[in-house]
Design a protein around this ligand. Structure first.
Ligand code: GLY
Length: 354
């Protein structure tokens, strides 16, 4: 796998972290042997999490601090604040964290009004006797822990949602304003996501192996664009969107959640690693299962019977070996370690255009 980018300069978040003392007393700063593997949208997140590890942060806190960058970024339309809303124009967020030291996990699904669902997921893990809270209950829990109820829709995502809504049908009551398609935000959205082949969605996953060998993971998303209200994908589901177990490995996913949900993909990848497969082999085997066994209906298959959707896995094993793989070629992922942060090409099952 060729490196597509080199180690880069510190982000503002890293610079801020550098000025802070490590938070936990007795925390050991990272030394050689720590590694982070993240989806392609996680360059800044990986830089920040890597810096947090170097400063001695707990690996799960470091991973969450990393993905918080995407969650809080109003221009990242796939995660947290500024995520593309559901079909009613409401942003509903999913997230899950897992700690491989204890096999404890926490998750929230269809959470409204909170910019950082990954933090709430960790509180579910630490401050309840439960694993998964959804909807109004998750929001009530977040509010109880001091997260204010906030509007997660930005002016950009509201415009994009209205554009989508108004064009759904020529026989309903919603009418397009003239010249919307010339709006730069809408133009950019169409350029990026106008492909009918893959219904747009985005997610960030990060798995970390600390220098001590502890394995943790976090996945967070706003889910499928314009989804049905209440739809929860794989990102919030332990075993599908993330699975971490000390001594074996950690894995997470992005892509079509429904295909991954029914195969418990991240758990499957970790099980393949337990059987001795390398992270890359494990990811590819789990993707093969998805590609062959799920969504076997014409609308999800191309003319050669291959999936008309994509799923990616990101994995690290107990030895610190990392890999990512996707059903379709062209995907990338991010690795951070003692040498820096770099973007790499994911392995794949099928080459696009063949
Ligand atoms: N993988 C993200 C989702 O399907 O919601």
């Amino acid at each position: 796998m060729a490196a597509a980018g080199a180690a880069s300069a510190l982000s503002p978040f890293e610079e801020k972290l550098q000025g802070q003392a490590p938070p936990a007393s007795g925390a050991a700063p990272a030394v050689d042997g720590y590694v982070l593997v993240t989806s392609a949208n996680g360059v800044e997140a990986t830089k920040a999490a890597r810096q947090a590890l170097i400063q001695g942060y707990d690996p799960l806190d470091a991973a969450i601090a990393g993905v918080n960058i995407n969650e809080l970024d109003p221009n990242d339309m796939s995660v947290g604040y500024g995520g593309v809303p559901n079909e009613d124009g409401i942003v509903q967020l999913d997230a899950c964290v897992m700690d491989g030291r204890t096999l404890r996990a926490g998750a929230v699904g269809a959470l409204e009004g909170c910019k950082t669902p990954s933090k709430v997921a960790k509180l579910v893990m630490e401050r309840t006797d439960r694993v998964f809270l959804v909807g109004a209950g998750a929001q009530k829990f977040a509010n109880a822990h001091g997260f204010p109820a906030e509007d997660l829709l930005t002016s950009k995502t509201r415009k994009i949602w209205l554009y989508w809504k108004e064009r759904l049908s020529g026989t309903d009551d919603w009418i397009e304003a003239g010249r919307e398609a010339e709006d730069p935000d809408i133009k950019e959205f169409i350029r990026k996501y106008g492909n009918e082949y893959f219904r747009p969605q985005g997610t960030i996953h990060m798995s970390v192996r600390s220098a001590k060998g502890d394995l943790v993971g976090v996945t967070t998303t706003s889910g499928l664009y314009f989804k049905m209200p209440g739809r929860v994908g794989d990102s919030a589901v332990v075993g599908a969107g993330v699975y971490s177990e000390n001594g074996v490995g950690s894995c997470g996913s992005t892509g079509r959640g429904e295909a991954n949900l029914v195969t418990c993909g991240s758990h499957t990848v970790v099980e393949f690693m337990r059987q001795g497969r390398s992270p890359e082999e494990a990811c590819l085997l789990a993707l093969k299962r998805i590609a062959e066994k799920t969504h076997n209906v014409p609308r999800h298959r191309d003319e050669k019977g291959r999936p008309k959707f994509n799923v990616s896995f990101y994995a690290v094993d107990a030895k610190g070996r990392t890999a990512a793989a996707a059903i379709w070629s062209g995907a990338k992922y991010v690795v951070g370690d003692n040498e820096g942060v770099r973007t790499l090409e994911s392995a794949y099952l099928y080459k696009k255009g063949t």
